[in-house]
Design a protein around this ligand. Sequence first.
Ligand code: NAD
Ligand code: DAU
Length: 339
Amino acid sequence: MLRLLVTGGMGFIGSNFIRYALRTRSVWTIVNLDKLTYAGNPANLADIQSCDGGGRYRFVLGDIQDSALVTRILDEGIDVVVNFAAESHVDRSIMDPVPFLQTNVLGTQALLDAVRGRSLERFVQVSTDEVYGPAPAEIVFTEETPFRPTNPYAASKAAADLLCFSSHKTYGTPVVIGRPTNNYGPCQYPEKFIPLVITRALENEPIPIYGDGQQIRDWLYVEDNCEALCWLAEAGQPGEVYNIAARTGVPNREVAERILNLVGRPVSLLRSVADRPAHDRRYALDDTKIRVAMGLFPAWTLDRGLEATVQWYVAHPQWWRPIKSGEYRRFYEDWYSQR
Ligand code: NAD
Ligand code: DAU
């Protein structure tokens, strides 16, 4: 048996992780602590909620900064913490960095403080390739590459990684850090590029492409990331960092064109808009370390992953249409009216 505390489990990757872990790890139990910000959506785990994961899953509404609450959960018996909870959207961090510092930096420190001195097997920190900053052409970054974050979100995640290292060195906290590239797949909030392109294409709306659209991201299907993070939770070496990648570097415009092709919409929907400030041109990671340690990885090609993702959004308009009103609409108008 392995008892997990998963934070931020109502968000995109966290909810996929919980569903995947309950399916593939029959002896795991999971407590999901989530504050339900705009990005946290109980509908992401409605199927698990209704069957209660066979008694192996429980949701707790709350903030990772609430030390008393976190302590109560830990007191019930937890072997592994997996920290997904974060403000995750780069554009929002450019508009207002403060919530990013609160959750990503102070929230991570609050969790580290809460686990200090406890007999925990692992504290898995879900970091990001953005901590390294942009990779020059032909270069791939290893786990030893120095941090060069360029936007407030990336800086807050780099700060969290440093706090994790310091907790490991100072107090012996069994920290394991995973640094995944850009994820995509079901239940991703439509502020992010791939679901934004899919949902706007489905509604025949213009699709904003920042600058020349030649920026490169390494698109990792969320289920492959979940398998890697499950492996970190059960076998990651405390004190170590693991890059998690797909090696699918493709320019944004090409990704959008592939999606339009799948949805059957014209490329004339793509509109060049003013670039994001400090827009990192390219991300590319060397993930040899985790591939060697885990064996076979990843399982999804970009073509298959995009097809599955498009199919999911086509089949679930009841999931994304309500999101696109209210808070989302206000954010969209604020941000894109400046572009
Ligand atoms: P998301 O924005 O979809 O979800 C974040 C979740 O955290 C939400 O459910 C939200 O309610 C919850 N949350 C926020 N603040 C909280 C707090 N103070 N206390 C408790 N819960 C809180 O994010 P995501 O895209 O699923 O990303 C998850 C993690 O993975 C983040 O740490 C992010 O930095 C990292 N990451 C994401 C990607 C990606 O492509 N999406 C890639 C690499 C790393
Ligand atoms: O690299 C990992 C990171 O990936 C994660 O740590 C972040 O949490 C996650 O949000 C993501 O950051 P990006 O900024 O790379 O993702 P986003 O989906 O916002 O943008 C992907 C690319 O698409 C990026 O080059 C910007 C571009 N883009 C994005 C939007 C929203 C556009 O051209 N137009 C858009 O409207």
